[in-house]
Design a protein around this ligand. Structure first.
Ligand SMILES: C[S@@+](CC[C@H](N)C(=O)[O-])C[C@H]1O[C@@H](n2cnc3c(N)ncnc32)[C@H](O)[C@@H]1O
Length: 216
């Protein structure tokens, strides 16, 4: 059983959730299921799900402690359209939503129309970005949306001194981590038929980055 005491707290989620929601409200398809990759504590999931109904919100994370926190947040703040967290490592060649394993609803009734990934690709090896794009390419229908949020370099340069420092801190924690070049992320997305649409400037020198699956 999950326990509300398993809830973890990431203070940044309280600061970025309103600006992110404002963008999601504009860019997400109006129906279907939003697959959240790397949901972390689950604070975003419990905040976004009720605000974005009737879409379904499906949180996931690689880390069991994160999944326990997401489930605990769900106990604390339930929403009818918020589903239990799935174990999902973006680097896996098949994601659980592709086999519908461990799902409490039928994806045929509410197909995945969008994938949301906040603050992961710089706090994970580059292989996570490659896996994310490959999975989004396999799963999203034509016209489906991939939304990324985080700090990015543009044209190989940091966009703010605070991001230089953050990048150094990340690389000290793990040499495979680091703030990514937007152009490289866009190039990988393109190989999976995910067309770059636009960026949105966000607080604290972050970007929202929007992609759309080709075919519509
Ligand atoms: C900095 S946290 C961000 C969590 C949340 N999205 C937020 O904004 O608070 C990064 C998350 O990425 C997850 N993660 C790292 N590598 C991953 C992978 N290969 N597949 C899926 N999730 C991954 C971690 O478990 C962690 O929850």
């Amino acid at each position: 059983m999950h326990n509300p005491d398993d809830r973890q707290f990431a203070p940044a989620t309280q600061r970025n959730r309103d600006p992110i929601l404002a963008i999601l409200t504009q860019v997400l398809p109006s129906s279907g299921t939003v697959l959240e990759i790397s949901s972390g504590t689950g604070e975003h999931a419990v905040f976004f799900a009720p605000a974005l109904a009737p879409r379904r919100w499906l949180p996931t994370d690689l880390n069991p402690a994160a999944r326990a926190s997401i489930a605990a947040w769900q106990l604390y703040a339930p929403a009818a359209n918020l589903h239990p967290p799935l174990a999902l490592d973006v680097r896996d060649p098949v994601w659980p939503v592709e086999t519908a394993a461990n799902l409490d609803f039928d994806l045929k009734d509410s197909p995945i129309t969008a994938i949301v990934n906040i603050n992961m690709i710089h706090i994970a090896p580059w292989s996570a970005c490659l896996g994310l794009m490959a999975g989004a390419g396999r799963i999203l229908p034509a016209g489906g949306v991939l939304y990324l949020y985080g700090p990015f370099k543009q044209n190989g340069r940091h966009t703010a001194p605070s991001n230089v420092e953050f990048d150094q801190t990340l690389r000290l924690q793990n040499p495979e981590w680091g703030v990514r070049n937007l152009e490289e992320v866009v190039a990988v997305a393109q190989t999976q038929q995910l067309n770059f649409v636009r960026t949105y400037e966000m607080p604290a020198n972050n970007l929202s980055v929007l992609f759309q699956k080709a075919g519509e």
